[in-house]
Design a protein around this ligand. Structure first.
Ligand code: CO8
Length: 259
């Protein structure tokens, strides 16, 4: 466990980098130093060749109950503009390795937005998602209106964002916001199992698949397919493509090197 972080716990378990939010007294409310730490740890794992997949998790009663309201309550608009804090959050979208969220309890406001930065989301039965910002006289500011709408469509997203109502894990699953619901006591174990499964795959393929899927979210189908094709061609420059196809023909397991 690393000593360089105050608001998160960081560990590395056999090619899986794990980041746990750790402010349980305030339900992991996300203050600015915590964002800095999350981004720093995620980028460090992204650069670390021994790590293939990153897990982002909460603890106790929450993944995170939102941005730290105490930190924001007295802020002014110009101060916020000059602080420009969201450029730091934006860096999470540049992380190349798969990020799997393991969420439990409250995933509200900025906590929900952080969960939506993950590529795959597993949630415990007790998870409650929501954007209560409307009731605080504000609105989501770290991608909530955009990412939720892309995931569940305009009408449903509008409903959750305008009411501030909470969404159960079951509803989130139904609307394609999360991948799986898992018993709380097995959440980390099952997430790790999934992460290890992905980690067996050649890392260049993982990287370019992730990149291509996000193009599908933002590009037209034609532009997205051109992008996909270039990435497909690029993989033919890799050792792992030669090894993967050779191993298939020789009826043996491939030995991937991540290059
Ligand atoms: N910020 C600061 N402190 C919090 C937060 C929060 N978001 N959430 C909970 N806490 C604190 C409480 O103040 C309390 O502290 P204390 O014990 O010192 O009084 C402690 O955590 C436990 O909370 P509760 O006593 O309220 O626990 P309950 O079980 O009664 O209620 C709830 C749990 C329903 C989750 C309740 O705490 C709650 O409503 N929290 C606020 C949820 C919310 O409104 N989130 C949105 C915040 S705004 C936002 O996220 C904007 C995102 C955009 C940008 C991100 C920038 C970084």
């Amino acid at each position: 466990m690393s000593k360089e972080y105050t608001f998160i716990e960081v560990s590395n378990q056999a090619s899986i980098g794990i980041i746990k939010l750790n402010r349980p007294n305030v339900l992991n409310a996300i203050n600015r130093p915590m964002v800095t730490e999350i981004v720093k740890a995620t980028e460090a794992f992204d650069r670390d060749d021994s790590v293939k997949v990153i897990i982002l998790a909460g603890n106790g009663r929450a993944f995170a109950a939102g941005a730290d309201i105490d930190e924001m309550a007295e802020a002014g608009a110009i101060e916020m503009e000059l602080l420009n804090q969201f450029t730091e959050w934006d860096r999470l979208a540049w992380v190349k390795k798969p990020i799997i969220g393991a969420v439990q309890g409250f995933a509200l406001g900025g906590g929900f937005e952080l969960a939506l930065c993950c590529d795959v989301l597993f949630a415990a039965h007790d998870t409650e998602f929501g954007f209560p910002e409307v009731g605080l006289g504000v609105m989501p500011g770290a991608g909530g209106t955009q990412r939720l709408t892309k995931l569940m469509g305009k009408s449903k997203a509008m409903e959750w964002l305008l009411t501030g109502d909470r969404m159960s894990a079951q509803e989130a699953l139904h609307h394609g916001v999360i991948n799986r619901i898992i018993a709380k006591e097995l959440l980390l174990e099952e997430t790790l199992k999934f992460a290890h499964k992905i980690a067996q795959q050649p890392s260049l393929s993982l990287r370019l698949i992730k990149e291509s899927v996000y193009k599908a979210v933002d590009y037209s189908i034609y532009e997205g397919m051109q992008y996909e094709r270039k990435n497909f061609y690029l993989l033919f420059a890799s050792h792992d493509q030669k090894e993967g196809m050779r191993a298939f023909r020789e009826k043996r397991k491939p030995n991937f090197k991540g290059e």
